[in-house]
Design a protein around this ligand. Structure first.
Ligand code: GNR
Ligand code: NI
Length: 171
């Protein structure tokens, strides 16, 4: 297992549409395990492959509460096949946008079709934090970040700050 470096915006790889996974094999399962270890270490409740520089349609998450046992999940080639008309608002953060948080409105429920880590077809009807997190992660696979839902004024303010911090670190 390994902890992978997480890309921070603005990085062009975070704006790129990821390609479907072609085979759920041992190499992919190793990547899934490394992504889970990276997510728990961060710590975060979700992580999409493009955030670690791998442009594949793959994400991991664990939305179990503090007092619950860990519930790691992996979604390969996930697709939203239904979304509710009802919307819900969550305060979102992103490991690729450190220290910035904002309320985002999304469908309250979604049905997602995907392959699990054994390559088996699965479907989940998600609500609550799982629905929000799945949509946030699937957005990453399409090169979309939660700041893309904010006004351009707020988005550019955040991006300017992140850029400044990155320049300082590499100076
Ligand atoms: O750790 C995370 N928390 C979070 C909180 C609200 C909505 C979405 C998320 S996902 C985020 C980790 C991350 O950046 N995943 O891409
Ligand atoms: Ni994110």
């Amino acid at each position: 297992m390994a902890i992978l470096p997480i890309l921070v915006a603005p990085d062009p790889r975070l704006k790129t549409k990821a390609k479907p996974v072609e085979a759920v094999d041992e190499d992919l399962r190793r990547l899934i395990d490394d992504m889970l270890e990276t997510m728990y270490d961060a710590p975060g409740i979700g992580l999409a492959a493009p955030q670690v520089g791998v442009l594949l349609r793959l994400l991991v998450l664990d939305v179990a509460g503090k007092d619950e046992p860990p519930a790691p999940m992996a979604f390969v080639n996930p697709e939203i096949v239904w979304e509710s008309e009802e919307m819900s608002v969550y305060e979102e953060g992103c490991l690729s946008i450190p220290s910035h948080y904002a309320e985002v409105e999304r469908p309250a429920q979604v049905k997602v079709r995907y392959l699990d880590r054994d390559g088996q077809k699965q479907e989940v009807l998600a609500d609550g934090l799982l629905a929000t997190c799945l949509q946030h992660e699937i957005d990453h696979l399409d090169g979309k970040l939660f700041i893309d839902y904010l006004s351009s004024l707020k988005r550019n303010m955040i991006l300017r700050k992140l850029k400044k911090e990155t320049t300082r670190e590499t100076a």
